[in-house]
Design a protein around this ligand. Structure first.
Ligand SMILES: Cc1cc2nc3c(=O)[nH]c(=O)nc-3n(C[C@H](O)[C@H](O)[C@H](O)COP(=O)(O)OP(=O)(O)OC[C@H]3O[C@@H](n4cnc5c(N)ncnc54)[C@H](O)[C@@H]3O)c2cc1C
Ligand SMILES: NC(=O)c1ccc[n+]([C@@H]2O[C@H](COP(=O)([O-])OP(=O)(O)OC[C@H]3O[C@@H](n4cnc5c(N)ncnc54)[C@H](OP(=O)(O)O)[C@@H]3O)[C@@H](O)[C@H]2O)c1
Length: 445
């Protein structure tokens, strides 16, 4: 019997498990599956942890999510085709849920069957090597510190790529009297109430961590971009300036001459694709981009078609794109999709990579990832979902952000699965301080 290893039980690993479950329900014979996760429960980044640094076993904490994190895109754009929000919550809910609500939704789909039995928790895969036509996996049970080995026909890497922070150094950091941290370790904006905060970066973490600090009462927030400013209309108390040059004492000095007294510097400088557990010949090496090279259809490792990577792209589309990837990977593993010859693979990868290299703005990037996801969708029996509506929603969302970065999360979108419209939330995001599931779902009739 074919045996497959899934490394990681975050959203991508769960998509993989779900895809096999659906095939089995249809009466197909599925492979033996073992899923590994080094955390003590499933859900990946969505399984919030208060911990930073090391866990109780001495391993780095993979979690990067923080208290008060709300979805930064409309939930309708990430909805599962086979499990709608309406089905999970029993009613339409607003379009920008907080983390706990999305976590509940992700788990709702996988909780009902026996998928959890397939996951070895508190188990870190420490080595993957290809030997004699199969993969030898070495893994460590963190609880009893024991090492085991097992062989698999296929390996699916779904370990995420927003867990290992990229931490640059700027002059003056060593003698800076305040706090310096990466967004990976950011947990609670309350810590920065009444403080002057400098945030470095110009992508989603910089945008949202800066907004969080402002929302929870920071005295000032100064964002230092390196290449392109985000350029939103920031509220009073926030500004965006050009690139940090150095810190002098408690002063941040920027390359445009701007100076700002600061209590804390938060590095929102992104993450590394980091796979220390995979042998060199199998290791994906890439920065955060929409089409990492060497992956056929963004999934199958070019030099060994029995190795798959899920979710390694920079992401506009998330959960339903992960599903399309998982359904595709499943069908490759089950022999329903045939992998073409090396030259066709090369041509296909080059086609996508060269299109990606020409992208100039967010609308084009949304189009690119929508086309990619639609193509994958067409290759398997992943249920019907309206990706054209999702494309439209993403573009509208981008424009809402440009109109007003403080209010874009108050907007409503319609479901690409059920068609229902998300109701307006009872409290605007800016003043909604309690983001618990209970309060969020307590919508007035
Ligand atoms: C701060 C932050 C906010 C985000 N907010 C949103 C959002 O609002 N909406 C959205 O759609 N997306 C958001 N994302 C994007 C996020 O990447 C995806 O939503 C999703 O979590 C990716 O799923 P994944 O399974 O690829 O990775 P992860 O969620 O990172 O899960 C990977 C899993 O693999 C496990 N693992 C890793 N290495 C090993 C190993 N060697 N052995 C065993 N297990 C291992 C980890 O423990 C983890 O459980 C956010 C990301 C970040 C960092
Ligand atoms: N739900 C939410 O609200 C929420 C919140 C946070 C994050 N997220 C998600 O988290 C994921 C990761 O986002 P991310 O912003 O952490 O990573 P990212 O998108 O990869 O962006 C990394 C940023 O770091 C900057 N950078 C890198 N090195 C730098 C340096 N030396 N000095 C200054 N800036 C530097 C880059 O700027 P250059 O362009 O100059 O290279 C870029 O702006 C995304 O999927 C996002 O959607 C979601």
């Amino acid at each position: 019997m074919t045996k497959i290893a899934i490394i990681g039980a975050g959203p991508c690993g769960l998509s993989m498990l779900r895809s096999f479950e659906q095939a089995e329900i249809k009466g197909e014979k599925i492979p033996e599956i073992v899923c590994f996760d080094k955390q003590d429960d499933w859900g990946g980044l969505w399984n919030y942890s208060w911990r930073t640094g090391s866990d109780q076993y001495g391993d780095p904490v993979p979690n990067s999510m923080y208290r008060y994190l709300w979805s930064n895109g409309p939930k309708e754009c990430l909805e599962f085709a086979d499990y709608s929000f309406d089905e999970h919550f029993g009613k339409p809910i607003p379009s920008f849920p907080p983390r706990e609500v999305l976590y509940d939704y992700i788990l709702g789909r996988v909780k009902k069957g026996n998928l959890k039995d397939k996951v070895k928790f508190n188990t870190t895969v420490t080595n993957v090597a290809y030997k004699k036509n199969n993969f030898e996996l070495t893994y460590r049970n963190k609880k009893d510190d024991s090492i085991s080995k097992d062989n698999f026909d296929y390996v699916v890497v779904s370990t995420g790529h927003f867990s290992v922070p990229f931490i640059p150094e700027y002059p003056g950091m060593k003698s800076f009297p305040g706090r310096i941290m990466h967004s990976h370790d950011f947990r609670d904006a309350e810590e920065f109430r009444d403080k002057n905060v400098v945030v470095l970066g110009s992508s989603y973490s910089a945008e949202d961590v800066a907004l969080q600090c402002h929302k929870y009462g920071a005295k000032s927030v100064t964002i230092g971009y390196r290449h392109n400013p985000m350029g939103f209309k920031w509220p009073k108390g926030m500004k965006e300036v050009y690139h940090l040059d150095r810190l002098e004492g408690n002063k941040a000095i920027f390359k445009d001459g701007h100076e700002q007294a600061t209590d804390a510097v938060i590095l929102c400088t992104g993450y590394l694709h980091h796979f220390p557990f995979i042998s060199e010949d199998l290791k994906l090496k890439t920065n955060n981009r929409l089409y990492p090279p060497k992956l056929y259809k963004g999934v199958v490792w070019q030099n060994n078609h029995k190795l798959m990577y899920l979710g390694m792209q920079d992401q506009f589309h998330t959960f339903n794109m992960f599903d399309c990837q998982a359904w595709f990977a499943r069908d490759v593993i089950m022999g329903k999709i045939k992998i073409p010859n090396d030259s066709e693979i090369e041509t296909d990868i080059n086609k996508w990579v060269s299109m990606e290299e020409k992208l100039e703005n967010p609308d084009q990037m949304i189009d690119f990832q929508t086309e990619y996801t639609k193509e994958l969708h067409s290759l398997s029996d992943y249920p019907k979902i309206d990706f054209e509506l999702i494309r439209k929603h993403f573009k509208e969302w981008e424009h809402h952000k440009v109109e007003n970065i403080m209010t874009y999360r108050n907007k409503s979108f319609s479901s690409p699965v059920t068609g229902s419209l998300g109701p307006v939330h009872h409290t605007p995001w800016e003043t909604a301080m309690d983001d618990s599931l209970k309060v969020f779902l307590d919508q007035k009739k």
